[in-house]
Design a protein around this ligand. Structure first.
Ligand code: FAD
Length: 317
């Protein structure tokens, strides 16, 4: 089996999602090539050389590939696809934006969000917002898949002393779209999908100002901040905080849901967390069905109390 692993990076480093995708790739076969696409990505390549034990890294580094827009990333992958049995990457925004286009260009099925690899052509993936798991057998000659990062442990960062670096000189220009600008959120907090602890808030916070209480609490325990879609739609939290079916999928060691009802679309993004704590004033709230610990009460009373207790603990330490 020959596998092509599409790499995701921030122009300097490989993102952690690649190491989860590499674990999945190893379950499928031993011959693994990685594909690095971008412009001026020498720093990423040196990071990859030190940490990514694959057979070969193929590098498409050209101004045409700056910002890795899917309009020419996908045709480039499709162009080399016939050399591979499997093309995969993590089911991040980048992966979800690129690989379905590759599948369409190759006229094969897209296997999205794979959570388990049963055999080289049988995969498990969630459907109906994670309420059911589907086992799919694919007879496509090339399998194109994104993997759910939380379902595969991150592979060890290690070097392959025999690693081959191969520049890809085929340039596929992007005639369909143009990069205009990007707005990045800079935060000292852990990244939501990598964090060990996530504290998420819902509509019950009632305002963006009140939501800051949750952010202070999260900061005091070194947690990432998440939110329900209702909280995002109401403008309490930015869009990239959203956890759930149409947001991010997280599986931290500890997930604290505050003032969140536990709609299935929210649960789809957090129910695999190792320990779930829910605070809600409605004892019948569905979130308690998945919670390991539940606190029934008013968050505006409970949160300051928790914060006080925490400060006392920290002073004692
Ligand atoms: P609510 O459902 O209004 O719940 C608020 C909760 O707070 C209630 O349980 C209430 O009892 C409790 N509460 C109120 N006041 C207090 C208080 N003072 N103290 C303590 N508790 C209190 N949602 C997501 O989150 N993520 C998604 O990715 C997502 N994708 C969706 C995709 C689709 C196609 C659709 C149709 C919906 C999606 N939703 C998603 C929306 C989802 O269905 C819910 O509407 C949303 O999750 C509700 O957010 P919430 O729990 O904050 O609000």
């Amino acid at each position: 089996m020959k596998i092509l692993l599409l790499l995701e990076h921030d122009d300097t480093h490989l993102l952690s999602a690649n190491f989860h995708a590499l674990s999945a790739a190893r379950q499928l076969g031993d011959t693994i090539d990685a594909l690095l696409i971008g412009h001026l990505c020498d720093a990423v390549l040196s990071d990859a050389k030190k940490s990514l034990a694959v057979d070969r890294i193929r590098v498409a580094d050209a101004p045409e590939y700056a910002h890795e827009l899917p309009e020419n990333v996908a045709p480039l992958i499709a162009h080399i696809a016939k050399e591979y049995d499997v093309i995969l990457t993590a089911g991040t925004t980048y992966g979800k934006n690129s690989l379905p286009r590759v599948a369409a260009l190759l006229d094969v099925n897209m296997l999205s969000d794979v959570t388990e690899i049963i055999s080289p052509d049988v995969f498990v993936r969630p459907i109906y917002a994670g309420n059911a798991l589907m086992t799919v057998k694919s007879s496509d000659h090339i399998k194109v898949l994104t993997i759910r990062k939380t379902a595969f442990s991150g592979s060890k960062r290690e070097e392959n002393p025999k690693l081959i670096i191969e520049p890809l000189t085929d340039i596929i220009p992007n005639t369909q779209s143009e990069f205009v600008s990007e707005t990045l959120t800079h935060s000292g907090r852990p990244e939501l999908t990598d964090a060990r602890i996530v504290v998420s808030g819902g509509r019950a916070f009632k305002s963006a100002d009140n939501f800051k209480q949750l952010e202070r609490f999260a900061d005091s325990i070194g947690a990432a901040v998440g939110a329900s879609r209702a909280a995002v739609d109401a403008g309490f939290a930015p869009n990239d905080y959203q956890v759930g079916q149409t947001g991010k999928v997280v599986a931290p060691d500890l997930y604290i849901a505050i003032g969140i009802s536990g709609a299935i679309q929210h649960l789809a993004g957090m129910k695999d967390s190792k320990v779930i704590v829910a605070i809600n004033n409605d004892p019948e709230a569905p979130v308690f069905e998945v919670a390991d610990y539940g606190l029934v009460g008013d968050l505006f009373k409970i949160l300051p109390e928790l914060q006080d207790e925490l400060s006392k603990e920290m002073k004692c330490d």
